[in-house]
Structure formats: C-alpha cells, structure tokens
Design a protein around this ligand. Structure first.
Ligand code: GLN
Length: 293
C-alpha cells in the first residue's frame, strides 16, 4: 500500500514494492510509472520531488505498480515503446518491440539510399514498428503490412496514423504464407515472424508468457510441437516468388537458428545470396537474402 504525500515518497515506496517483487530495474520503473501517471517527464520527478500527490493519482500509481509487480511489461502500462527513436503505441495485442529488431532497419538502410522509391511488404507486422519506421526513414517507400491478428492490425494502423505515414503503409488482414499476392513484384520483404519453439517458450519470463501474445512468438502451424522454424520454411519459397529479380528479403530469427535458416533459404534456388547476420551481442539474429537478378 503506497501512502505517499510527496512525489519523492511515492517514488521511494513504488521502488520498495518493485524491489520486493523482484522485477528488473525497480528504481527506473518506479520513476517511469510515477512520472507517467503524473503526466511528467522522468527528470521532472526531481524538480517536483516535494509536490504533494493527489489521492486519485496515488491510486493510479499504486495500480500501475501492482501490475508491474505482477510482471506486466512497463511498455503495456505506458501504452508506449520507443523503437528506432520513434514512439509506438502498444497494447497486449502485439509484442513489445525489441531493440534487436532495429537491426533490420539498419540493414535496409545499408541496402537502399534514403531517397530510394521502393515497394516493400512487412509480413507479420504486429505493432507496425518495422513498416512504419521504414516509411519514416524512406520518404519514397510504399509498403504493405500484413498480420493475421485484427487486434495487431488496429495497433499498426494507429501507429501509421500517429506518424503520418498511413497513406504509404497499407494494412492487410492476411496470412503471409498463402493469401498474400501483391499487385506488383516487391523490392523488399521484411519479417519478424513467430520463431520461438515450444521448448524455448516454456522457459520465457513471466513478462513474456503471461502478457505478450503467444501467437506472435510461437509458430501456430505444423504438426505437433513447434520447433520454431515453421514460418521460416513456409515463408522462404513464397517470398522468393513475390520479390522482383534482385529484390531483398530480411528476416529476424532466434539466436540458435542461424544454421537452419541458412539451410532453408539456401535451398530456395531463386536466392542468389543468403547472409546470416549477428546482433550486437554477437548472436545470429537476422538474415539478408537477395533474389537472383
Ligand atoms: N525476440 C523475441 C523474444 O525473444 C521473439 C520474437 C519473435 O518470435 N518474432 O521474445
């Protein structure tokens, strides 16, 4: 029970509660959640440390702290997560964007110049963070973002509108492996598909298991327990057909999947090069494949 009178007390008690609950970064979370409810920036907490906290705000802070103590990710409590320097709306219909996924954007930047006009598709867009960021970073790009989850598409649409790129990113409710047939062949296909195996999923944190949509993490198709690679197997030949000659396919995958991904994409004859790339931790994380010219 938080019984604060000032902002300072409030942060201290929130921190103590989160420490007791054993969540990551209790001090930072206490500050972020308090600032969020009070409509302040985090640094303003210091400036307004002696200010009294009104009872309704106290109750809202307490609710947020209890939800965080139960494992709910901070991003869902704020309804926001930063990705590639842009703020994205998020809720429980989508994964919280991960920093490692920003590498896909950087990889696209190393392929296309900023003023390039290209057509892309984002398969399994979730919050729309990849598609919207591409539209923002490449003002001449035009894309299509697919998801099977209507809830996720609504989030992605909200983010496209929020960032003023809704006219250049079309949201489509479709299954990326089969019913997606774009009008023209594509210059670029990006995807962060579900790639977590059932065995790995059994080990994920409470934050992930209890709050994030499992359908965004573990492939749903295939017989029996997922080995995490079903989407990759299904995507590889389909994507190769949708790309124009010389077009690019960039996909994120799990750190143990590098050799398997190289084998699956390597077996698709349309691809001329398949490059397994590492994240900042030195782990295999994404692939860059180019279709034959
Ligand atoms: N990187 C995510 C995780 O470890 C998985 C994302 C995905 O399956 N696309 O939770």
């Amino acid at each position: 029970m938080i019984q604060a009178t000032t902002v300072r007390d409030c942060v201290a008690q929130a921190r103590a509660r989160l420490e007791q609950a054993g969540v990551d970064s209790p001090a930072l979370s206490a500050e972020i959640l308090t600032a969020h409810v009070l409509g302040m920036r985090r640094l303003d907490i210091l400036v307004h440390a002696d200010k009294a906290v009104a009872a309704p705000d106290l109750a809202r802070i307490q609710e947020c702290v209890e939800r965080r103590a139960a494992g709910e990710p901070v991003a869902y409590l704020l309804g926001e997560k930063e990705f590639f320097g842009y703020d994205f709306y998020v809720d429980r219909f989508t994964l919280v964007p991960r920093p490692e996924t920003e590498l896909l954007i950087e990889a696209v930047q190393s392929i296309f110049p900023r003023d390039a006009a290209f057509q892309f598709a984002d398969l399994g867009t979730g919050s729309g963070c990849i598609a919207v960021t591409l539209a923002l970073e490449f003002p001449g790009a035009q894309g299509c973002a697919l998801d099977l989850s209507e809830g996720a598409l609504a989030v992605a649409q909200k983010n496209a509108e929020r960032h003023g790129v809704a006219s250049r990113v079309e949201m489509r409710h479709a299954d990326f492996g089969s019913d997606f047939a774009p009008e023209a062949s594509l210059d670029l296909i990006v995807s962060n598909p579900p790639y977590v195996s059932e065995d790995e999923y059994a080990e994920v944190s409470v934050e992930v298991a209890d709050f994030e949509p499992k359908t965004a993490l573990v492939p749903a198709e295939g017989e029996g327990r997922s080995d995490g690679l079903e989407c990759v197997r299904r995507l590889a030949p389909h994507v190769a057909r949708l790309l124009r000659p010389g077009g690019w396919f960039l996909m994120e995958y799990g750190w143990k999947q590098g050799p398997a991904v190289a084998e699956i994409l390597g077996a698709v004859s349309e691809f001329q090069t398949v490059k397994i790339c590492k994240d900042l931790a030195g782990l295999d994380r994404y692939v860059v494949a180019q279709k034959r010219v």
